[in-house]
Design a protein around this ligand. Structure first.
Ligand SMILES: Nc1ncnc2c1ncn2[C@@H]1O[C@H](COP(=O)(O)OP(=O)(O)OP(=O)(O)O)[C@@H](O)[C@H]1O
Ligand SMILES: [Mg+2]
Length: 263
């Protein structure tokens, strides 16, 4: 039985490419024959909407078939798994009610470990090779739950003038979480929305490349409108247009992630 690796995508900076990266790395892993479970940890439901239309996504939210319901009731997550239309790729959808999760966690026993406890059975079953978790752009008890449930953290960073603003808070938060989850490792930083012709792209790569003990993935994802079209069609970019540059880049990034997660 394989050992399931849990990887979360987090950055308190909004719009840094967390959901896009979680969706497309997950899909790429599945095309490589891996069994993947995606978990949508954000009230914006962007990961859920990457696979289902608005109506279906809202039905998961309304009928309690979502992560928020599971966490609030401190349930095992097995019954909340939905199949996507793709082989080897499942998802636990989110709900807009996730907006209240911090309040709900506040009174819970072992409140940083609720997600980890809910995932225990799925993890131990060895059904999945990878579990990928998408985070909201916040740093609170819920994101702490996401990190405590993970073996690895990937930080997507947007190659933009403000992309690096606040990254120090992210590192500080990671170090704080490590005190209660000492096995959590920073797998690396993935640069997204890159435009090689812009100066701030070079600056971003240089700054991130010079950080000690932090891996910068060789693969960076360039700005590509195919990504937005794929999201508009509720599909991962590779399922929408396999020949696109973004699809190839996300496959390359997924291969790097898998390589390092097994070292
Ligand atoms: N490589 C890319 N090329 C073009 N657009 C992109 C690319 N990556 C992401 N986007 C767009 O940028 C926006 C932000 O991306 P995404 O939603 O993945 O970020 P996020 O970090 O999950 O945001 P949030 O913090 O709100 O959860 C989205 O509208 C998405 O379509
Ligand atoms: Mg997101």
């Amino acid at each position: 039985m394989s050992q399931t690796k849990v990887i979360c995508f987090a950055n308190n900076k909004g719009g840094s490419g967390k959901s896009t990266t979680c969706c497309n790395v997950g899909y790429s892993m599945a095309t490589e024959g891996k069994r993947v479970l995606l978990i949508d940890g954000d009230m914006q439901m962007n990961l859920t909407l990457s696979f289902f239309d608005d109506e279906t996504s809202l039905t998961f939210a309304k009928e309690g078939q979502n992560l928020y319901t599971a966490i609030r009731k401190q349930k095992d997550l097995t019954a909340f798994v939905q199949h996507t239309e793709y082989e080897g790729l499942d998802i636990i959808p989110s709900s807009t009610l996730m907006s209240g999760i911090e309040y709900d966690l506040f009174t819970m026993w072992q409140r940083e470990q609720v997600l980890r406890n809910g995932l225990k059975a799925i993890r131990e079953s060895g059904v999945y090779d990878y579990i990928l978790i998408d985070s909201p752009p916040t740093l609170g008890c819920w994101v702490m739950n996401i990190m405590c449930a993970s073996d690895y953290l990937v930080i997507p960073v947007e190659a933009s003038p403000w992309g690096l603003f606040g990254i120090a808070n992210m590192f500080e938060f990671y170090e704080q979480v490590q005190r209660i989850a000492p096995d959590l490792k920073l797998l690396g930083i993935a640069v997204t929305k890159a435009n090689e012709r812009k100066n701030y792209f070079k600056q971003t790569m240089e700054t991130l490349g010079s950080l000690e003990n932090v891996r910068l993935f060789d693969t960076y994802i360039r700005t590509d409108s195919t990504i937005e079209w794929s999201q508009d069609n509720s599909k991962p970019v590779m399922a929408y247009k396999k020949s696109s540059r973004a699809a190839q880049e996300y496959l390359a990034l997924a291969k790097e992630v898998m390589e390092y997660a097994h070292r």
